[in-house]
Design a binder for this molecule. Sequence first.
Ligand code: NA7
Length: 297
Amino acid sequence: MQDRIVNEITDMNTTKIGWIGLGKMGVPMSDNLIKAEYALTVYNRSKDKENELTIKGARTASSPASLIEQSDVVIVMVSDDRAIHDIFLGDAGLLSAETSGKIIINMSTVSSAISKEMSILCSNHDNHYLDAPVSGSVKQAETAQLVIMVGGEENVYERVKEIFEKLGKLTLLVGGVGAGNAAKLAVNSMIGFYTQGLAEAVVFAKKNNIKVEDFLTIINNGALANLYTKTKGEAILNNNFEPAFYLKHIRKDLGLALDQGLNTPLGEAAYESFRQAEKKLGDQDLIAIIKHLEQPE
Ligand code: NA7
């Protein structure tokens, strides 16, 4: 019976998708599903953010429970473990609905532990859970160039792969439930180290009277040249700290990674640096860490 329901979900022309979380990433990603002609229903805690999608043809639901009742597949893209808890277990949360055979895909960057917990709760109601966090920021979300790392059962993954293909350039099943989250935390740990490293090197060069522009030109033409150094280098030069990736989010991700075993020299130092910067700079882009290094308080 369950297999039959899930098999029906594979008929993608008629798959009804519910989307929860219309933040910086959720808006462009859900927009790509509208462009791919899926029937989309959205829910966001702050209702005003839903307008951008309704004018493009999405319907809205009054709660996560009502959304899952109207959908075959539900995708969740919210901030953190707390938000996942509220969406799944809060009043009129996903798990309060009397539904079965649905596939819930959690694309948020959260802990493997919360994925395992929610997966068990979903399976109690014969629903299926995948964790599928993404590598890439707003630009990659807009252009459907995300890299998607998935944890969960292969047969469930195969049934929604086509949806991932509308959101990213590469999707990889990396293990069971929680494995996608672990891979993502490893990626983001590296982003944390790299951002901290770039900012420290720029500050050091400046202290030694090297022009920032010259230093970045050297970096961007050497073995360390890459898209990240180029983009964040430009942000430093233009004093542009508009968030593509919130500083508060890298602090969160490094914290989750520490809890999951990243007790390494760089792991602990990077977490502490972003933690100290968060109070003043949390809503800016993570490269704003350079301002904290230049002026700690
Ligand atoms: P944003 O732009 O900070 O958006 C966060 C979204 O999460 C937004 O829709 C929030 O709703 C929602 N949210 C946050 N807390 C809650 C709770 N408690 N209940 C319900 N909804 C909540 O994040 P991004 O789009 O940049 O990133 C999303 C994920 O990808 C995140 O895991 C990153 O690390 C990577 P709101 O509009 O505030 O009502």
